[in-house]
Ligand binder design. Structure first.
Ligand code: ATP
Ligand code: MN
Length: 483
């Protein structure tokens, strides 16, 4: 006999089921009892809303009801009736309760009270049962679905790029090694270095930091593609915006120049944010209130001017501000903030990399809207970005969001073989090993462009959460690989 003949609580709020006999399954959030009646707030994860179960101790065995404590998992059969109480239009009058899984009330870590996010991170295996994390992960799901829908509707193809690679696309040297060699006794070359010819892949390999290079290869045949997969960076930064394992969305398009790329990125971001606004109303309203409460504990000058929902609406309805790196440096240099030395890193010369504080100043204080910064100095960007005619800058773009800083990094790619190899040599990137990448410039090259969106940074923005560790189910950061 099939076990799962349940109704999801979500359905009880969208369809009128009054008078029907149904089965619910879920976890007890709270229970209130008196001599005559018990009220159980049940949640099954399908919605942020709990459903009220009414149990009459004369009909339901008292011992059973005692076991229905916070955290216990129940199967309840009953009849949907119009509710007497405020707060819900219907409720379930239980005729039968089965305890699927007890939860020792003394030991259960999630008590019906407010827990700190830091504490919940330590019990990440249970935090999915809280309102906040239920909301975050339903929104995360909706955003992931919207990503696929957006690209599919536009005729892009989803490509799965490898997770194990021999290249470090960003050249930043922040890779995790992949090896089957015995670390205690590795085979050595005559000069004492490790002999990777003896390793599984007969070469040095690592976890990918980006699917872009392979994405470009695919775009050079399929036209418009995107990747959506895990990426790994061993950066020891420990910030609220960096994970060691995160998910990246990387569209790559043949026949796109830098401006086409900016247009696509802006349209895409607005689409997925709008999708969440339209499909996650209950969760976003909850997160909006949560974020507002959080704001009250911040210093006055660090509070954001808009609430979460207001901010999301603002982003989907306003044009992003586009300007060049050179223009941005001018604004930053002449800002009172800079003159009063309020930046930790004072902006002096053209050519410096922008720090997160500078990016956020532009977005939050100066323009008060998302910013697309373009045409960065070639020295601070990757080898594959297309060189501009000025000989100094490349056709890069970073998209900067309020509260986040960089959310997207992208560029038009260098399609001219001579320019590309020259830049690789300048940056000491071995051209022989990258023969396959250069082949796309040797055979049938065309202008093309693409970008990378850090998925968790998008989820951070849309949920209004403050720390990237709270928008991925089981975060990987320096010192943390539990669960
Ligand atoms: P940052 O300067 O913030 O470290 P980056 O310049 O290293 O970013 P890119 O290499 O351009 O980032 O990667 C593309 C996108 O991936 C970024 O815009 C960001 O959204 C996301 N991203 C990069 N590193 C991380 C990370 N460690 N954790 C989560 N997301 C990341
Ligand atoms: Mn980085």
């Amino acid at each position: 006999m099939a076990f799962n003949k349940r109704v999801k609580i979500q359905e009880l709020f969208t369809q009128n089921q009054e008078g029907k006999e149904i089965v619910l399954m879920g976890w007890v959030r709270t229970k209130r009892s008196n001599k005559n009646v018990s009220f159980i707030a049940l949640n099954d994860g399908s919605t942020i809303k709990n459903y009220q179960i009414v149990a009459d101790p004369n009909k339901i065995d008292e011992e059973l009801l005692k076991k229905a404590t916070t955290g216990a998992c129940l199967k309840i059969t009953g009849t949907v009736v119009a509710s007497q109480g405020a707060g819900q239009s219907t409720e379930l009058v239980a005729s039968q309760i089965e305890v699927l899984g007890e939860a020792d009330a003394e030991k259960y870590p999630l008590q019906p009270k407010k827990h700190s996010l830091e504490f919940l991170r330590e019990i990440a295996h249970l935090r999915m049962r809280t309102n906040t994390f239920g909301a975050v992960f339903r929104v995360r799901h909706a955003l992931a679905f919207a990503v696929h829908k957006y690209f599919n509707d536009k005729g892009f193809f989803y490509i799965h790029t490898p997770i194990i690679t021999a290249s470090d696309a960003e050249g930043a040297g922040e890779t995790f090694k992949v090896t089957t060699l015995d670390l205690k006794n590795p085979p050595l070359n005559e000069d004492g270095s490790i002999n990777y010819k003896e390793d599984f892949f007969e070469r040095e390999t690592n976890l990918t930091v980006s699917g872009q290079l392979e994405g470009e290869l695919a775009a050079m045949g399929l036209g418009e593609i995107y990747t959506f997969g895990p990426t790994f960076r061993a950066e020891n930064s420990n910030t609220a915006r960096h994970l060691a394992e995160f998910w990246m969305i990387e569209p790559e398009m043949a026949f796109y120049d830098a401006e086409d790329n900016q247009n696509l990125a802006e349209d895409f971001l607005k689409y997925v944010i709008n999708y969440a606004l339209e499909n996650c109303q209950d969760d976003l309203e909850f997160l909006d209130k949560r974020a507002a409460e959080e704001e009250t504990s911040k210093k006055a000058d660090q509070r954001s001017e808009m609430g979460l929902l207001e901010r999301l609406q603002f982003v989907v309805t306003n044009e992003f501000q586009r300007l060049t790196y050179t223009e941005a440096i001018g604004i930053l240099k002449n800002s009172n903030h800079n003159k009063k030395k309020k930046f930790q890193y004072v902006v002096e010369d053209w050519g410096v990399d922008l720090q997160s504080e500078h990016e956020r100043y532009l977005v939050e204080k100066h323009f008060k809207k998302p910013v697309i910064l373009t045409d960065y100095p070639k020295e601070i960007k990757a080898f594959y970005m297309r060189q501009n005619d000025d000989g100094k800058t490349v056709a890069a773009m970073d998209i900067l969001f309020p509260g986040i800083g960089e959310i997207v990094g992208g560029s038009q790619r260098e399609e001219r073989l001579d320019k590309l190899t020259q830049r690789m040599e300048e940056m000491h990137i071995p051209t022989e090993e990258m023969w396959w990448y250069l082949d796309t410039r040797r055979f049938g090259a065309t202008p093309h462009a693409g970008f990378g969106l850090g998925f968790e940074r998008l989820v951070l923005f849309v949920t209004g959460m403050g720390n990237i560790r709270d928008v991925i189910a089981f975060p990987r950061t320096p010192g943390h690989a539990e669960f």
